[in-house]
Design a protein around this ligand. Structure first.
Ligand code: MLT
Length: 244
């Protein structure tokens, strides 16, 4: 069964996540940034909800830390990087631990930490995320796709990716059933040709463009170009194949 939480308010209580595999989706831009940072060679990304917590953790971890994040889409004062995936080059993050605090994405990640398995999905790693999900279903886990949304509200782009992932999972595995949320996500996604079209209608996409992050939209719309899934272990996101 594929279930989709269309907004974070639909998330079950922590104790109900124990037998679930959860894929967190915040296409613009947290989960696009996370997968990009790891692809650029960051050793891990630590998602934290609060900037003060990020500062404390960075202090405790010492050298080799990159403090990153945004509020209102803009970089946080005193932090090394914002939340534009294009900033995450290997020069900046290779071999480093990125401590990341964002408005919606990292908050959603913190809320699902008790799930059996937690991964992150973006258009960038859609095919790999679908493979990850199929493997989880084959392990007997229930699958929940969590749309991080925009400040607790419904987000067009996160729901469209949940729809694309549902389609890709169904192509890979026969007989998977869908919740009403998953069916709605598929119907929404099927109204588009690609992620660029999705972003043109998205409230947060329009806001990012106004803030001068139009290039982020073009980048985040690239689909299935990173063949790996960030997975949460001991509160850190790492590519599954790097976890020993
Ligand atoms: C978030 O987590 O709210 C976002 O990724 C916001 C953004 O930087 O676009």
């Amino acid at each position: 069964m594929i279930d989709v939480a269309l907004v974070p308010a639909e998330l079950p209580e922590n104790h109900q996540l124990a037998d679930q595999a959860v894929l967190v989706i915040d296409v613009l831009r947290a989960t696009s940034t996370i997968v990009t940072a790891l692809a650029a060679g960051a050793t891990s990304v630590v998602p934290v909800s609060d900037p003060a917590e990020a500062r404390k953790l960075a202090e405790a971890l010492g050298d080799g830390i990159v403090m990153a994040g945004e509020r209102g889409g803009l970089p946080l004062p005193g932090f090394d990087l914002g939340n534009s995936p294009l900033e995450y080059t290997s020069e900046k993050v290779q071999g480093k631990v990125v401590v990341l605090s964002t408005t919606n994405g990292t908050v959603a990640l913190q809320r699902v930490q008790t799930a059996e398995k937690v991964g992150t999905a973006a258009f960038l790693n859609a095919a790999a995320a679908a493979d990850w999900a199929v493997q989880a279903l084959n392990e007997g886990l229930r699958l929940l796709l969590v749309c991080a949304g925009t400040v607790r509200r419904f987000s067009w782009e996160d729901t469209c990716l949940a729809g694309l992932l549902t389609c890709l999972i169904q192509e890979r595995q026969e007989g998977v059933t869908c919740s009403d949320g998953a069916v709605a996500a598929v119907r929404l996604w099927k109204g588009f040709n690609d992620a660029n079209e999705v972003f043109m209608l998205s409230r947060h996409g329009k806001r990012l463009k106004e803030l001068g992050f139009g290039a982020d939209l073009t980048y985040c719309a690239r689909t299935s170009v990173i063949n790996a899934v960030p997975e949460l272990h001991n509160a850190r996101l790492m590519f599954a194949e790097r976890i020993s």
